[in-house]
Design a protein around this ligand. Structure first.
Ligand code: NDP
Ligand code: A1CAB
Length: 270
């Protein structure tokens, strides 16, 4: 199975890095990336083939992953229009709907939308997938094999759900990094040096996430187990509740979902 990428930026690099670490052959991966420095870095870091533009080798790939920014997509897929026959095209772009990408491709429907996230780089990705109904079960399995090589994957039946996946797990690592930043800053404010504050913050988030992942119990139960009556955690959780922590997260996620939907509306209207 040859895999082509159009766009070799942050997310493509996370996927390719994760794939290579999991045994995908770099020689079977080809990346179209306009910038010479980007091409050189991809070749040096992963050993993949690179190109400056779409060519026959890219068209010869079994799976073509579209990994450009949503605003770049229409121009990026123009060289493919009318030249696809059997390839499965996988878009990782936020917001853009399969029907609009298919129209830009000259009426192509063998399309999968997927929303990965950057922890794919270390094999800990979380991906949502949606396939056009014409995509066969075998083709879905091929695409799923790429994403499960770099983490976990779930299929979404209703394409509108992809904007929700984007808001939860696509953008989600940024929320967690922001939480780590805030916890580190709080540690600094309490007098720790940067290295100590960062170690405490990252170690705590990593340990709690691993415990939540490995436990049969719900996160709420695990939270209660930390919270001694009248103790320190109860004081902290009361402060979070007073500032509507859960509501802040809900509003942030809804802002991301709405932005994905709006991007799909705006860019797809072209
Ligand atoms: N970053 C993330 O966490 C996630 C991103 N995504 C999605 O992944 C996509 C890419 O995002 P991200 O990797 O962050 O963006 P980047 O800007 O890092 O990567 C996009 C790359 O595509 C290149 N490019 C632009 N135009 C073309 C073209 N015509 N042909 C080939 N390559 C082109 C860009 O080059 P140049 O810089 O010169 O423009 C750039 O290197 C987006 O659609 C985003 O919604 C999905 C999940 C998570
Ligand atoms: O911020 C974005 O639009 C992309 C999609 C999900 C993560 N990054």
């Amino acid at each position: 199975m040859n895999i082509g990428f159009i766009g070799g930026g942050n997310m493509a690099r996370a996927l390719i890095g994760g794939m290579c670490a999991k045994g995908f052959a770099a020689a079977d991966i080809l990346v179209v990336e306009p910038r010479a420095e980007g091409q050189a870095a991809l070749a040096a870091d992963f050993g993949v083939h690179t190109r400056g533009a779409v060519d026959e080798a890219l068209l010869g790939c079994d799976i073509i992953v579209l990994a450009v920014k949503p605003q770049q997509m229409r121009a990026a897929v123009a060289p493919l229009a009318g030249r696809l026959e059997r390839q499965v095209v996988v878009s990782i772009a936020a917001g853009l709907r399969a029907a609009d990408i298919g129209r830009w491709l000259g009426g192509y429907t063998r399309l999968v939308r997927c929303m990965p996230n950057t922890p794919a780089l270390i094999g800990a990705g979380m991906t949502g997938l949606y396939a056009d109904p014409v995509v066969s079960a075998a083709e879905r399995e091929q695409v799923e094999a790429i994403l499960t090589a770099v983490g976990r994957a779930v299929w979404i039946d209703d394409e509108a759900g992809m904007d929700a996946v984007t808001a939860i797990s696509g953008s989600g690592p940024a929320y967690v990094f922001h939480f780590i930043e805030a916890l580190e800053a709080a540690g600094r404010a309490l007098g720790f040096d940067e290295a100590t504050a960062r170690t405490l913050a990252i170690g705590t988030v990593e340990g709690a996430a691993r415990l939540a992942a490995q436990s049969d119990e719900a996160p709420a139960v695990l939270r209660e187990r930390v919270t001694s009556k009248g103790g320190t955690t109860a004081a902290a959780l009361a402060a979070l509740a007073a500032d509507d922590f859960a509501g802040i997260i809900a509003r942030a996620v809804e802002a991301a979902r709405a932005r994905g939907q709006a991007m799909g509306d705006e860019l797809g209207a072209d």
